[in-house]
Write a protein that binds this ligand. Structure first.
Ligand code: FAD
Length: 387
């Protein structure tokens, strides 16, 4: 009979959860990771094959030390896994003068000495003719930014967690957990388990597992679309960077990725385009997965206008979920009233994936020691009145 008691249980083996399982297992802990779907899957927040990783963080400079650690950790994982997980493509930022994205990028780059180039629109046109930008736009280029192969990253962490002794269960749903004198009980669709400490990394489903946060977490349906440019070779990695473009009068920003090399192409073929801004609020049990023309109309309008040689409708589109905290910053820490036995990470608000390599380390520190030396004080739940 397999044991039903573990040192640590991780609920949700998606982006952050597999990394937590890995970091706990390599420290010699007995870990069970429980995932309600497959590892990875297309129903949560990690679908779509690629994610941007960047250091000149416009959202807040306090994220930069965590990103420096994430870059370090992903390199280690890549070496261990033996296959590419990160591609350094550079990232082009563009927007109208005074836009907050460019201001935030400049601020983080200056504070943390992150290489950043300023380009004029003419220089951009000469270097990256794929973009059609208005003449008055400002352009910045972060050469050390790039993309993570998201599903590959999850597979790598899951594989290496298992090698280190973690037990990962797929297609098992956690129904509830409860705190007892010297342990935590976890009831799933298959069995009851006990553990010394619990980690919750349940993404869009966090509100069902963490008491008191239901009204602090908005889940939105996001749409990603892939377009096939007429001259594919000039949109390939090596020819064109990732990009993030703010448009005058439009909330959020559009962003996208170059064509991946054929050897890495496991998702849809084409350049991926999306809009970084909370989409439609949705109910978890009734997410509309079918894509309508209206869903992709603004992505198509953006791609046709701002990317030269991209015409017509997308060749493929998918949905993905954002789980948004009230201030769009992550929430990480030990849950109140759990005597330090339960920690959680939630509210990644559409920009969390690049932190996967460091968030697992943080969760492992919190679960094992009750604190972490990594600077996450600014992400504590108490700023949201949760205590
Ligand atoms: C369209 C889109 C584009 C994005 N682009 C970027 C980007 O370019 N760069 C970037 O850094 N970030 C990006 N993000 C954000 C990033 O992908 C997310 O922040 C990150 O994946 C969130 O990780 P998570 O672990 O919280 O959620 P998930 O990866 O969804 O993992 C949570 C897991 O918990 C499981 N679970 C939940 N409840 C239970 C239960 N009761 N029992 C068992 N299992 C359970 C779920 O099935 C899921 O697998 C993007 C997100 C989207 C949707």
């Amino acid at each position: 009979m397999p044991s039903s008691h573990f040192d640590y249980i991780v609920i949700g083996a998606g982006s952050m959860g597999v990394s937590a399982c890995f970091h706990l297992a390599v420290r010699g802990c007995q870990v069970l990771g429980i995932e309600q779907f497959a590892i990875p899957h297309e129903l949560g927040s990690h679908t779509g094959w690629t994610r941007i990783i960047r250091k000149a963080y416009f959202e807040h400079p306090d994220y930069v030390p965590l990103l420096q650690r994430a870059y370090h950790n992903i390199r280690l994982m890549e070496a261990e896994y033996g296959q590419p997980l990160y591609l350094q493509t550079g990232l082009l930022y563009a927007g109208p003068p005074g836009c907050h994205v460019l201001g935030g990028v400049r601020q983080s780059a200056a504070l943390h000495s992150i290489p950043l180039e300023t380009l004029s629109v003419e220089e951009t046109r000469a270097r990256f003719p794929q973009f059609c930008l208005p003449a008055h736009y400002e352009v910045l280029f972060e050469p050390e930014a790039g993309l993570l192969l998201a599903e590959q990253v999850i597979c790598a962490y899951a594989q290496k967690a298992r090698h280190a002794g973690a037990v990962l269960h797929e297609h098992e749903h956690v129904q509830f957990w409860s705190l007892h004198k010297d342990m935590v009980r976890v009831q799933t669709s298959r069995a009851e388990y006990t553990c010394h400490k619990l980690v919750i990394s349940a993404g869009a489903w966090s509100g069902r597992l963490i008491p008191g946060i239901d009204n602090k977490l908005n889940v939105t349906r996001q749409v990603l679309a892939w377009f096939r440019p007429t001259k594919a070779c000039s949109f390939a990695v090596g020819q064109m960077p990732c990009w993030l473009i703010a448009i005058e009068g439009v909330a959020g920003s559009y962003y996208g990725f170059p064509l991946l090399p054929a050897s890495m192409q496991a998702g849809p073929e084409g350049i991926k385009v999306a809009h970084h801004h909370p989409g439609q609020l949705c109910q978890l049990d009734a997410v509309e997965r079918r894509i309508s023309e209206a869903d992709v109309a603004h992505l198509q309008a953006f791609a046709n206008q701002y990317l030269g040689g991209v015409h017509g409708a997308p060749v493929e589109a998918k949905t993905c979920l954002y789980s948004n905290s009230p201030d769009d910053h992550f929430v990480v820490g030990t849950l109140p009233h759990t005597e330090g036995r339960v920690c959680a990470a939630w509210g990644f608000s559409g920009h969390g994936f690049k932190f996967v390599p460091v968030m697992g380390e943080i969760l492992a520190d919190l679960a094992m020691q009750g604190h972490t030396l990594l600077p996450v004080g600014f992400l504590e739940a108490k700023r949201l009145g949760i205590a």
